[in-house]
Design a protein around this ligand. Sequence first.
Ligand SMILES: Cc1ncc(COP(=O)(O)O)c(C=O)c1O
Length: 426
Amino acid sequence: MALDLDTLCVQAGYTPGNGEPRQIPIIQSTTFKYESSEAMGRLFDLEDSGYFYTRLQNPTNDMVAAKICALEGGTAGMLTSSGQAANFFALFNLCSCGDHIVCSSSIYGGTFNLISVTMAKMGIETTFVNPDCTEDELNAAFRPNTKCVFGETIANPALTVLNIELFAKCAHAHGVPLIVDNTFATPVNCRPGEWGADIVTHSTTKYMDGHGAGVGGAIVDMGKFDWMAHAEKFPGLTTPDDSYHGIVYAEKFGMGGAFITKCTAQLMRDFGSIQSPQNAFLLNLGLESLHVRMPRHCENGLAVASFLSSHDKIEKVSYPSLPGDRFYPMAQKYLPKGSCGVVSFEIKGGRPAAERFMKALKLAAIETHVADARTCCLCPAASTHRQMTDEQLAEAGVPAGMVRLSCGLESSADLISDLEQALAQA
Ligand SMILES: Cc1ncc(COP(=O)(O)O)c(C=O)c1O
């Protein structure tokens, strides 16, 4: 039976049998017992599926991964210890030394650093393109050694919206998959796979958890990319893996299972970035109300963005669901139900005004976090981008007076009153 997304949020991933726990069990065990070495050996050889060591897989994690997979409409999914690990694994599962990535320039700073600094040290180069670039500009970024394209549905903190359909079309024309980080939109507001994305990643730390309780990540494969049709580009998936007795992932697990099986069997085995089963349990609690919380985050985001856009102390507001925003048409296409609760804005008077304003806020707390039930805010120039001069900030598109406000689930009237009194003091 095909179920609505609302039902999947509540029930997907775990169906208890008669007399079994109604809530997903937390399997707090590093290891699993077997009757014979032969039985365990078959697991090591990927001949049977099952659990042997939680660094690779854990039943609690798999139930929650199955829910996220169902929400994104994918064929296989896995949890990771963080969103950073999810994006690294998704990219490194396809790329190795000497390869190349095409990436939207408008992405989370941590991912930008991962790709442009750390992965560059591994010999993986990247060409950055604007999230709303033309087809010609995008096509020009590809090289013969390009292995994937990466972007964020809604970028943190710029709040640009990725032209997913165009990015997918160009990626496929060059024989490579599109990876989309769907953290800010969540599958409630956008399912990138429906627009052509092949792999979807998440920092589950954000709206999926939604309560600031646990750091985590997820990867979902849509199962639509034909690795064998581009076999020469993806030898890791299409040629024998010596560490598993010559298994060819794309042959043994097909389009639906090869990517996640390789990612688990090789990268999780070797890097060990597993999510703790406790955190997976907490994440599942968050997922059970994701479809109820997201509309409220969006309602509060739009109310706050509308209020700020007509305030005389505000220079500029970025919010893709606000009419007049540069990305409004793109948001109407990909995010018709709403975008997210995060609003970026610039206060007249630069950094001192932004600092006075944030200090005066009573409900919104100053935090290095977004997408929480409680409203929080951050001035990038005074925190995450603190080492930059005002000139460097301007070049990076992060003006000194910029505030990133993550609207929680409180009443929008209270949030606006708080902003109003704080702006009076800015
Ligand atoms: C869009 C996006 N992707 C990935 C990450 C990294 O996630 P984590 O902090 O869970 O490692 C973040 C963190 O803010 C993010 O906003």
